[in-house]
Design a protein around this ligand. Sequence first.
Ligand code: E4P
Length: 218
Amino acid sequence: MKLFVDTADLNDIETIASWGVVAGVTTNPTLLNQVEGDPDDIYRRVCELVDGPISAEVVADARGDMVTDGRRLAAIHDNIVIKLPMGAEALAATASLRAVGIRVNMTLVFTAAQALLAAASGAAFVSPFLGRFDDIGQDGIESLREIVEALAMSDYNTEVLAASIRNPVHVVEAARMGSDIATIPPKILYQMLNHPLTAAGIETFNADAAARAERAAS
Ligand code: E4P
């Protein structure tokens, strides 16, 4: 499973990209609202930092506006993927964008039925939201499982991009379910790095290496 970062924070993207594990980035209007700067400039910089699909979301209600804005955003860089919110207008816009070689990430997908429609429209990615299901007391992982299964048995080239990740367990479960990608907030990626036994083990190894060096020097 590929790992994407889910943020518009350039400092976090730069830091995490330096680990060498990031295959793409997703943003959305809420994430952009948490940082300063012109969104187009942010997308340009993200494309410099990460060589992979970079999702830029269109905010529009009508298919024509989605296509116009999607084409404008896609012109920023070849790696820009246009994020559209699931719905009839987005399905129609996806077909138009695909016809001119622009990839779409269908976002706000909650059911396998929605995922199948998105895949049939030619979306390159579908984004099932796990955490928002959990927020209303429902099982986001189970929904992801159904989506992965439904698309695996269909003849589409659509990748499943697990989104709305709230903890490292979501990431592991997404991988176990066979999701192609998980897009992960920086806070969760930092949590994924750590375990108390890793920290304790490093401390012991460092102490033993120092003790041996001291003995060798005496
Ligand atoms: C996905 O691409 C979205 O940006 C994101 O995962 C939404 O997550 P949230 O439910 O935490 O807002």
